[in-house]
Design a protein around this ligand. Structure first.
Ligand code: TEU
Ligand code: CA
Length: 573
């Protein structure tokens, strides 16, 4: 049985600094905005905050392109502001986790400026450089891999006449983890600088991509296709265990926690090797089985809501299954800064269903085992913005690259562009990055009332019915239910946080019915994923048990076994 550690019982609130709260009227969120709202955050019932990259950066990929690990992006504040935030968070009995982005740096980082300056610069080998291939006299990149934001993963550098690798934007050159000098510099600059200032751990960006292995220099695979998405080539490479083991030695000195972002890893055995306590690699990971549901072969090549509940439940079963009889740990999340809003994606953001959907998902998440992550705005039921918003409102490089690629490939075909926009309206990362809806004031209270500068991104249109201020005094709100459900989760920690998950009705396409068991105790959850009333029978496994209703996501008397639209319930056996 896995031992109890603080991060197992943690409920983590993820903050996107650019969009949380602007206190100096420049239209950009800042660290003082987070400081001002620490009591609001604590009042939700969370005990840890995770702040997305607040380091100095040219912001090509919203701070996931870091130009100085030891400095703060000036519009957000200063290192001293961070030290104050760390102290104030600890003073409230909460912990603080930062984002560790070390698969790549910004092309504006001093390390890369040196590396690209000449072939014999001492830091040349801190990044991944390769000569061009020539085919019939035409210059070609070293291989045909597609990157995460479209296009080749290789950028030609005319100054030294070589290509450098970037799995993401060209402005995000991959660091060369094969070089021990580079790794030591990363541990010191990106990790110890902040661990010494008291941070309690890291969310580790693209944690399984550091070892590219021989695939990088392998001959062109699948020569038939001009380009191929190479996620399965550059994830989980041969030296991953060695690198994370070495990184873990640094973290252990500070007893720091890690949660790794681990995409493209369908093999659960490989995931367990990352998160089994005895492996000393990572404490836990985010797997993308659930949130990748409904995405196309190329993420946005899809139609909205093209997934089935059975697929959603099977994905949850895979992540919950990690802790069944192992010393591994797992995580629960439906939203983050890369995902569109869960009410829109997995229930319904129709005005008459938004609150019910948000409350049902809160009940479902709080009844699952593992460390629970809530993304800013999820606690008040924020949803995607409308299909009527212009493409200019999409600020994310991932979205604009895709739309441009469709425009180029189809020569601006209106039907193809409309389909691309519909898919972006459903899945784009931008939906998570709109300013937080604090109130019905100017810019939804995101900027000071006196400010004349527009927020960096358009605020949602529905603050009149969805804002934090109103919900703090509304017992029927999504926020009120999150608070109640987090209390229930705390009161039944063994069952709800550590209990074994079993899906009791896998093929049911309307209801999610699962049991949680812990040393003879049992809970049963029933969630209606439809906008209709659904009569349900308890599955045979529990039909004979005496089940007592613990909580429903719908207020008032909940007699009988008929679920309201988007109603969730937890029963205790
Ligand atoms: O995300 C990683 C990432 O975007 C891919 O692994 C993604 O999961 C995959 O393509 C499927 O969609 C992290 C950050 O969360 C993201 O915001 C950054 O843009 C990215 O890395 C680069 O740092
Ligand atoms: Ca600001």
């Amino acid at each position: 049985v896995a031992e109890r550690k603080w991060w197992k019982d943690a409920v983590v609130y993820q903050i996107y600094p650019a969009s949380f709260k602007d206190t100096n009227g420049d239209g950009i969120g800042d660290l003082n905005g987070i400081l001002e709202e620490l009591d609001y955050i604590k009042s939700i019932g969370v005990n840890t905050i995770w702040i997305c990259p607040m380091y100095d950066s040219p912001q090509v990929d919203m701070g996931y392109d870091i130009s100085d690990y030891e400095n703060v992006y000036p519009p957000y504040g200063t290192v001293q502001d961070m030290e104050r935030l760390i102290a104030e968070t600890h003073k409230r009995g909460m912990r603080i986790v930062l984002d560790l982005v070390v698969n790549h740096s910004s092309d504006q980082h001093a390390w890369f400026k040196e590396s690209r300056s000449s072939k014999d610069n001492p830091k040349r080998d801190w990044y991944i450089w390769r000569p061009a291939r020539y085919v019939n006299g035409e210059r070609k990149p070293p291989n045909n891999w597609l990157g995460n934001f479209g296009g080749s993963v290789w950028q030609w550098d005319p100054q030294t006449e070589e290509y450098y690798l970037h799995l993401f934007c060209p402005e995000q050159p991959d660091l060369n983890w094969e070089n021990p000098e580079t790794r030591q510099a990363i541990y010191k600059s990106a990790m110890e600088f902040w661990l010494e200032r008291g941070v309690d751990g890291f969310r580790v960006d693209t944690v399984n991509m550091y070892s590219k292995g021989e695939m990088l220099d392998a001959p062109i695979t699948d020569p038939g296709s001009e380009w191929q998405f190479a996620g399965y080539q550059y994830c989980n490479g041969p030296r991953m265990r060695e690198f994370l083991g070495e990184m873990n030695q640094v973290l252990e000195k500070y007893d720091a926690m890690t949660v790794g972002e681990c995409p493209h890893t369908p093999d659960m055995k490989r995931v367990i090797e990352y998160v089994s306590a005895k492996e000393k690699q990572l404490n836990m990971v985010f797997q993308f089985d659930v949130v990748d549901i409904g995405q196309g072969p190329y993420k946005f090549q899809t139609t909205p809501k093209n997934w089935k509940l059975s697929e959603f439940k099977a994905a949850i079963d895979r992540t919950q299954g990690l802790i069944r009889g192992t010393d591994a740990w797992t995580t629960i999340f439906l939203e983050n800064h890369d995902q569109s809003r869960s009410i829109t994606r997995f229930t319904s953001d129709a005005p008459e269903h938004r609150v019910a959907g948000g409350r049902m998902l809160a009940l479902m998440m709080c009844a699952l085992s593992g460390t629970l992550f809530i993304y800013q705005g999820q606690e008040i039921g924020m949803t995607n913005f409308g299909i009527d918003w212009d493409m200019s409102e999409y600020k994310d490089v991932d979205s604009s690259n895709y739309y441009k690629m469709v425009a180029t490939r189809t020569n601006n075909d209106p039907t193809a562009l409309a389909a691309a926009k519909a898919s972006l309206q459903h899945l784009a990362r931008d939906h998570a990055r709109v300013p937080f809806s604090w109130s019905t004031g100017p810019n939804n209270g995101f900027t000071p009332a006196s400010s004349t500068t527009a927020p960096w991104m358009r605020p949602l249109d529905d603050a009149a019915v969805c804002n934090a201020k109103q919900q703090q005094s509304d017992p029927t709100s999504v926020l009120a239910f999150w608070k109640r459900m987090l209390t229930v989760r705390r009161e039944h920690k063994d069952l709800l946080v550590h209990g074994q998950f079993d899906d009791l009705d896998k093929d049911n396409q309307e209801l999610f019915v699962f049991a949680k068991t812990w040393q003879g105790k049992k809970a049963v959850a029933v969630c209606n994923f439809t906008d209709k009333e659904v009569q349900f029978e308890f599955p045979k496994e529990v039909a004979g048990e005496k089940l007592k209703l613990l909580i429903s996501s719908v207020d008032g008397e909940r007699e009988g076994q008929k679920l309201a639209p988007f109603e969730g319930r937890v029963y205790l056996a």
